[in-house]
Design a protein around this ligand. Structure first.
Ligand SMILES: Nc1ncnc2c1ncn2[C@@H]1O[C@H](COP(=O)(O)OP(=O)(O)OP(=O)(O)O)[C@@H](O)[C@H]1O
Ligand SMILES: [Mn+2]
Length: 517
């Protein structure tokens, strides 16, 4: 009798332990897995949930969800429009009347040329004509470019441009001017030079706007092999997209807006181009995919081709700047250029007083330009770009104008490596612009963490996962290194001679700004 009762008791105890285990261990794990695997809509991941995970203070359940970090960043005093001047008084690149009048004429001319070409070809395919619209995002973008930046802080145009590039109908396609220069078709010596294996196609949209298309060559998960020189590295379309978002987050606004898009190589390039050279680089692969390769001086081989699946291929689209006729640009060699040979060294690598010399040299006698070089070095270090051989400026603004940060496709190659020498301008000159310094410090704070605001900003793009997590996290690590380099300069030379206002005066941040970061 006692034995029977003891047996039942043991069974009950075992059942109780099992139930306890299921309820407190297995069930929560199962719930976690379900919620991880499912992308069902749920409450946004807020600071409160994050702090729960790290075990720090728990926000009350009724707390209002935090605004997304990016929105919070752009509402920060450091990102508020400060320019009280109306656009009419700002130094704009283009005059409204002249630019719109000229574009209107060009659209009419373009349509006449296309009609003639279409008729000459005796084509039965429908011809899509360009339609001129003064409110088109590309035109608004051109009209907002000023001496300070490519677009104003509060501009809505950028968001419109990203949507526009992702969705607008393509009506024609052409090789880029540097590829044409190879055939002596244009005199582009001022700005372009023949390029290597890079494939670029200019796409023209139905509203006459244009964008530079760089196709995907490397999957996002791949890291550039260690033995690659920077000058033979691939061009990455996702680096172009990510660099634009980073530039905007740093408030430089010197990269033309870039959007990702799936492009149909056949219907959006091959079928709409009137350029025979471009038609010629197309072929169909053994796997029946449509491919094209770059027309270039050294490596015009099908091994360097990119292929669709079978027609569709993702790439980056960079909003086109005003034409060189409207707004000529100057190409300036980067004073911290690298040697494009296997073992060569440049002056900056061997001369310890290189910066002292540069400060006495045009155009770097202009303190604003020198400080902008520091910004460019910080930007390139963050994205890991060693291929900044030139930069461009708008001729109209002379030495006072901002520097364009174009061609960022060789960034984001290796997330596991930080190339400290890209920061040479900063540690050799020991200078940084005060505004930049304050923003970098802000972005190192958990509530504005650079990787988090970048992740949010990139989620705006049509392409999924522009940057993989290791690349995003590398940004935080590199930001710490920039801060460290500047702090070492401050310790050596004092804050007054390192952190400068744009005009070249010593920094004296306002009380509000100091408190803000
Ligand atoms: N969005 C744009 N609007 C107007 N022109 C552009 C744009 N993007 C690039 N270009 C022009 O095309 C040139 C080549 O572009 P980019 O540097 O991005 O390509 P690349 O293949 O890397 O060339 P390179 O070998 O010269 O570095 C630039 O110097 C610039 O003058
Ligand atoms: Mn390049």
């Amino acid at each position: 009798m006692w034995g029977l009762r003891r047996g039942r008791l043991l069974l009950l105890l075992a059942l109780a332990i099992l139930a306890f285990d299921i309820y407190f261990h297995l069930w929560p794990k199962l719930l976690l897995r379900i919620s991880r695997d499912c992308d069902c809509p749920g409450p946004p991941r807020t600071e409160a949930t994050v702090s729960l995970a790290t075990g720090s203070s728990v926000a009350p359940a009724t707390a209002v969800p935090e605004p997304p970090k990016l929105q919070k960043l752009f509402s920060h005093p450091l990102y508020q429009p400060q320019d009280p001047r109306t656009p009419a008084h700002r130094n704009l690149l283009l005059g409204y009347q002249r630019a719109t009048g000229s574009y209107r004429k060009r659209v009419a001319h373009h349509n006449r040329k296309r009609r003639a070409h279409h008729a000459a070809q005796n084509s039965s395919a429908p011809l899509t004509e360009a339609v001129f619209d003064v409110s088109a995002p590309w035109l608004q973008f051109h009209l907002e470019i000023s001496q300070d930046a490519l677009y104003p802080r509060a501009s809505r145009t950028v968001e419109r441009l990203i949507d526009w590039m992702g969705n607008m109908t393509v009506i024609s396609a052409d090789l880029s001017p540097d590829e044409k220069a190879l055939n002596g078709e244009c005199d582009c010596n001022q700005v372009v030079k023949p390029s290597g294996t890079h494939l670029k196609v200019i796409l023209q949209f139905q509203d006459y706007g244009k964008a530079m298309f760089k196709p995907m060559r490397q999957r996002r998960e791949e890291e550039t092999p260690e033995d690659f020189f920077y000058f033979v590295d691939f061009q990455r379309h996702n680096a172009e997209i990510a660099a634009f978002h980073l530039d905007r987050i740093l408030d430089f606004r010197r990269v033309p807006p870039v959007a990702g898009r799936l492009v149909n190589l056949t219907s959006e390039i091959l079928k709409v181009t009137a350029n025979e050279d471009l038609e010629w680089v197309f072929f169909v692969s053994p796997a029946n995919n449509v491919c094209l390769f770059a027309k270039c001086p050294y490596t015009c081989k099908t091994e360097y081709a990119v292929c669709g699946n079978p027609h569709m291929l993702e790439g980056s689209l960079s909003a086109f700047l005003p034409s060189l006729n409207h707004a000529p640009r100057l190409s300036v060699p980067n004073p911290w250029i690298r040697s494009y040979t296997f073992a060569g060294k440049e002056d900056w690598e061997v001369n310890p007083s290189y910066c002292d010399w540069l400060k006495q040299t045009e155009p770097y006698t202009n303190r604003k330009r020198l400080l902008n070089m520091m910004d460019l070095a910080i930007f390139d270090f963050l994205i890991g770009n060693m291929d900044r051989h030139h930069y461009e400026t708008f001729s109209k603004f002379g030495d006072e104008g901002f520097m364009l940060h174009m061609d960022n496709a060789r960034g984001f190659g290796r997330h596991s490596h930080d190339e400290t020498t890209i920061l040479a301008p900063v540690y050799q000159c020991c200078l940084v612009k005060e505004d930049t310094w304050l923003r970098l410090r802000l972005l190192s704070r958990p509530e504005y963490r650079l990787s988090d605001v970048m992740r949010e900003s990139l989620s705006r793009d049509l392409l999924e996962t522009v940057l993989t997590e290791p690349h995003l996290l590398a940004l935080d690590r590199r930001l710490q290194k920039v801060l460290q380099v500047v702090e070492e300069c401050v310790q050596k030379h004092g804050e007054g001679s390192v952190i400068m206002k744009e005009g070249g005066q010593q920094a004296a941040a306002t009380g509000a700004q100091q408190r803000a970061v």
